[in-house]
Ligand binder design. Structure first.
Ligand SMILES: C[S@@+](CC[C@H](N)C(=O)[O-])C[C@H]1O[C@@H](n2cnc3c(N)ncnc32)[C@H](O)[C@@H]1O
Length: 346
């Protein structure tokens, strides 16, 4: 059971990867609960005004409809996707935060950056913000070297990396490789990088990320981050409209390629995904090859894309390939994840 009532959870499961010794990381804890000490973590958190301090218990029956999520694991064995997902959160000491999506506006994202940036047609600002915050966590806590190369797959407008760099100017020697398949995203990325005065630090490439991954070799000191399309989308719904979110039949099409990519032991990978993204498959892919360094999660109601595909999502859930929740009034919600990983030996 994941307990409620604690705002910041002990997010870093491997203290030695941080600059801080374990005693320091725990020095502000009361009864094992972290206080809201942002300077301690040197990592950004969503403004309190838009984030409920209430951690929601993931097995609180009032949050679910008692849905049976059992299904076939592909090898004939029965699985319970909801349990697999919630156990993952529990193992990695992650509480689910709630977020008011309406309050995550472009202004909130760009606050304090000193420049105005453009966004692409992908308008899930809360997802973009959480992604940028995950990049900051990697920058400020896990970076092996200030001259590391960041590969940002499915970079969209590049706002998440630009924001992270502008907020952390100490990482001035970083190079970011921004890859996106969409020509509009590339144009907007180029404009944004110029507006931020970061041209010398960005290489912007229009490419299918699968083709790019096939051809790139990940070296020491290189970091892979991605907020790829990760929604399960039925083949019948293929269209430009779904391009930013279409993660294939079970949402894992791009994430699987990232998680199975050859890379040196110790490499850092940061990915976004959600409880709709076949958690049974994804948790296995993650834990087979990676140590989990940091997990953050927030709950959000079904938005445009999920509402448009809810019949398909319902079938996915019945097949044990997707997890979502429903309140007493029938409103559906699911959980978005930021996960920082470190490649295991072997
Ligand atoms: C979920 S959005 C994320 C955008 C940005 N990283 C953010 O957080 O705001 C996914 C992005 O993936 C891009 N994309 C979709 N399919 C792609 C592919 N096959 N290769 C590269 N990029 C792709 C879309 O154009 C979109 O910009």
């Amino acid at each position: 059971m994941i307990t409620t009532g604690c705002y910041l959870t002990p997010l870093f499961t491997d203290a030695h990867i941080l600059d801080l010794p374990m005693e320091d990381t725990l020095s502000d804890c009361n009864d094992g609960h972290f206080q809201d000490d942002r300077s301690l973590w040197k990592a950004p958190f969503i403004q309190c005004s838009i984030l409920s301090r209430r951690g929601i218990s993931v097995d609180d029956s009032s949050n679910t409809s008692g849905i049976e999520n059992g299904g076939d694991n592909g090898d004939g064995s029965s699985v319970d996707a909801q349990k697999v997902f919630e156990n993952f959160l529990e193992r990695h000491k992650c509480e689910i935060m709630s977020i008011s999506q309406e309050e995550v506006t472009p202004e909130v994202l760009l606050e304090g950056l000193g420049c105005s940036l453009e966004f692409t047609k992908f308008v899930a600002m809360h997802d973009t913000l959480m992604y940028s915050q995950m990049i900051e966590v990697i920058l400020t806590c896990n970076l092996p070297s200030s001259s590391a190369r960041f590969i940002d797959l499915c970079a969209g407008s590049s706002v998440p990396t630009i924001r992270a760099l502008l907020r952390n100017p100490a990482y001035k020697d970083l190079t970011v490789v921004s890859v996106d398949v969409d020509a509009d995203a590339i144009t907007i990325s180029r404009r944004n990088v110029a507006l931020a005065g970061l041209q010398s630090r960005f290489i912007i490439m229009q490419s299918d990320m699968l083709a790019y991954l096939d051809n790139v070799s990940i070296g020491e000191n290189e970091i892979l981050v991605s907020n790829p399309p990760y929604m399960p989308i039925p083949a019948t719904a293929k269209s430009d409209f779904f391009l930013p979110v279409d993660g294939g039949a079970d949402g894992t099409k791009y994430l699987e390629q990232i998680l199975t990519k050859d890379m040196p032991a110790g490499s850092i990978v940061g990915i976004r995904w959600c409880s709709l993204t076949n958690p049974v498959r994804l948790v296995k892919l993650i834990e087979d090859r990676f140590d989990v360094v940091d997990v953050r999660a927030h709950r959000a109601p079904f938005g445009t894309y999920a509402k448009m595909t809810q019949e398909y999502l319902q079938k996915q859930r019945e097949a044990g390939k997707s997890v979502f929740y429903q309140d007493a009034a029938g409103n559906k919600n699911f959980v978005f994840m930021s996960t920082v990983l470190r490649r295991k030996e072997g």
